[in-house]
Design a protein around this ligand. Structure first.
Ligand code: NAD
Length: 261
């Protein structure tokens, strides 16, 4: 059977949004690739150039070489501070303005949902936020921009200016727990929603990937907008295999038309 046309799929998603009482949007690295931030698993993504084994919390704190590599990786991708929200982020913020968004649960640390206009208290960042760097010894916090300036000047392993302790971006590393309050609230929102929209995630990173499972387990409808297949595609009411920016702009346009905007 032929795949449905993109317009048909977009129309279906718009109807699901209009029928929903509580819609949760769940995003991964793929929602930000159109802002120039590479994802992890796509060809040319971060894991094509680095070995994930090098990036555990344990390795970061115990091995200066692990820290050097991690800071280098951050400088190449994660720390692109000039990245701007793209049409997908703006479309999600527009759904909020239209009164359709319960919250965004994101695996991203790039702060682009908030920059696009989603209020801070509606964004649950499961893996932290890259705005800050923290000293693991004395707890001193530094704005990322300050540490990035040191890296740009050639420092390879920045340390704490106050106590020379180890500096770590205030984000969740492999082997580290997720922020408890955020995880609890995100879990509760996933359980309570009746529509769960995944945008730009492979759905293989746990515990984040439990969120759509919780939602579907409680009867929510699932929409997946992702360039490559995910393990939950078969449980989705609609799967759109397209770029997030294009698909989400289309969805918001359709929603606006349908409500007579
Ligand atoms: P991932 O890298 O595993 O997968 C990204 C998915 O997005 C892929 O399936 C890919 O096909 C899809 N994709 C890429 N560009 C797309 C686009 N324009 N439109 C639609 N789909 C697109 O990402 P993940 O599942 O989020 O998990 C990786 C982990 O990496 C997460 O834990 C996240 O914290 C972290 N991460 C975050 C950022 C960021 O903050 N921007 C960037 C890289 C990785």
């Amino acid at each position: 059977m032929a795949e449905p046309e993109m317009d048909t799929l977009i129309d279906q998603v718009a109807d699901l949004i209009l029928d929903a009482k509580r819609m949760v949007v769940f995003t991964g690295a793929g929602v930000s690739t159109e802002s120039g931030i590479p994802d992890f698993r796509s060809p040319g993504g971060i894991w094509d150039r680095y070995d994930p084994e090098d990036f555990t919390y344990q390795k970061f704190i115990s091995d200066p070489e692990g820290r050097r590599k991690r800071w280098q990786m951050f400088q190449e991708g994660y720390l692109i501070t000039e990245a701007k929200p793209n049409p997908a982020h703006y479309a999600i913020a527009e759904l909020d303005r239209l009164g359709r968004l319960d919250c965004v649960i994101t695996q991203n640390i790039d702060y682009l949902h908030q920059q696009a206009g989603v209020p801070d208290d509606k964004v649950f960042e499961l893996h932290g936020n890259k705005q800050w760097v923290v000293c693991l010894s004395c707890g001193q916090r530094y704005p990322l921009t300050q540490i990035k300036a040191r890296l740009d000047q050639g420092e390879e392993i920045p340390d704490c200016e106050a106590c020379r302790g180890i500096l770590k971006p205030d984000i969740v590393f492999f082997g580290e727990s997720l922020p408890r309050e955020v995880l609890l609230e995100a879990t509760s929102r996933a359980y309570k929603c009746d529509l769960f929209i995944v945008i730009g995630s492979t759905l293989v990173v746990y515990p984040a990937a439990y969120m759509p499972e919780y939602a579907v387990g409680r009867g929510a409808k699932l929409v997946i907008i992702n360039l490559s297949p995910t393990p939950m595609d078969r449980q989705a009411t609609v799967v759109i295999r397209a770029k997030a920016g294009e698909a989400m702009s289309g969805v918001v346009k359709r929603v606006t038309e349908k409500i007579g905007g």
